[in-house]
Design a protein around this ligand. Structure first.
Ligand SMILES: [Zn+2]
Length: 107
């Protein structure tokens, strides 16, 4: 069972109380961008096995969006943080690197 702590209200919620929103930190290109950029934004996902950053909504709670870092293979949760960020917090990156020395963040 996946349990995430909502950073908005502080409640630890199991996945049945949450709604998955897909990959976090996607680059959305503006008007005039190429078809390739738009296609990449819509469809191209790495389907990562390991450390992954995701969007979640606390659907059965406060209703707000937040972001989470977890391992897709082990379900280990490294942390959650505000959806109002463009990159994961530095302390979370450091925490993940401490547990996964071979891992590096790429946006
Ligand atoms: Zn909440």
């Amino acid at each position: 069972m996946l349990t995430l702590t909502c950073p908005n209200c502080g409640i630890s919620a199991c996945e049945t109380e949450l709604a998955a929103g897909g990959e976090a930190h996607l680059t959305r290109h503006g008007p005039g961008s190429s078809d390739d950029h738009f296609e990449a934004y819509l469809f191209m996902r790495p389907n990562t096995r390991g450390v992954h950053f995701e969007r979640w909504r606390h659907a059965a709670g406060c209703g707000k969006w937040f972001l989470a870092a977890r391992d897709t293979a082990t379900l280990e949760v490294f942390g959650t943080y505000s959806a109002q960020t463009t990159e994961p917090p530095a302390d979370l990156i450091d925490k993940i690197k401490a547990k996964r020395p071979d891992w590096s963040f790429s946006s």
